[in-house]
Write a protein that binds this ligand. Structure first.
Ligand SMILES: Nc1c(C(=O)O)ncn1[C@@H]1O[C@H](COP(=O)(O)O)[C@@H](O)[C@H]1O
Length: 162
């Protein structure tokens, strides 16, 4: 069952956004992926947002770079939670993406994550946490992910000096 939408402004965002998909896949969460752009495919954006809830989506992860209007415009057209991922941009290194996504006017919220891979990973984990609220098996898988992460950090050794 597809419950999370992962959308991005361009195919060039996939290198970052695939990390959100990876988390969801590893946790057994059903997701779909699609390129949707507020600027380049505005009609598709409206259609995607307006049909998302009826199609069974519970949240949408939206990644975009530069003048990143995609997450905010989705949030304007659906009351589903929108998880915004600022994709690094060529000249401003993603600060433009971050500011575009995080500085929403009051009344239309977008949950904004870190720039780049860490943001995409955490958006995936956060989406899973939203669903886990009503899914004990998923909650257990998330807890196991945390347990293994802790284990690998504790097992890590720092390099010796020459
Ligand atoms: N920020 C947006 C939106 C949007 O917000 O609707 N649509 C595309 N883009 C961004 O443009 C950047 C460059 O895109 P190209 O690599 O296709 O030129 C991408 O990071 C994309 O998210």
């Amino acid at each position: 069952m597809v419950e999370i939408g992962i959308v991005m402004g361009s195919t060039s965002d996939w290198e970052v956004m695939r990390h959100a998909a990876r988390q969801l896949k590893d946790l057994g969460v059903g997701y779909e992926t699609q390129v949707v752009s507020a600027h380049r495919t505005p009609d598709l954006l409206f259609q995607y947002a307006e049909t998302a809830q009826a199609r069974g989506l519970k949240a949408i992860i939206a990644g975009a770079g530069g003048a990143a209007h995609l997450p905010g415009m989705l949030a304007a057209k659906t009351t589903l939670p929108i998880l915004g991922v600022p994709v690094p941009s060529k000249y401003l290194k993603g600060l433009d993406s971050l500011y575009s996504i995080v500085q929403m006017p009051k009344g239309i919220p977008v949950a904004t994550f870190a720039i780049g891979e860490a943001g995409a990973v955490n958006a995936g984990l956060f989406a899973a946490a939203l669903l886990a609220h009503h899914d004990p098996a998923l909650q257990a898988r998330l807890a196991e992910f945390r347990r293994k992460q802790t284990e690998s950090v504790l097992a890590a050794a720092l390099p010796e000096l020459d």
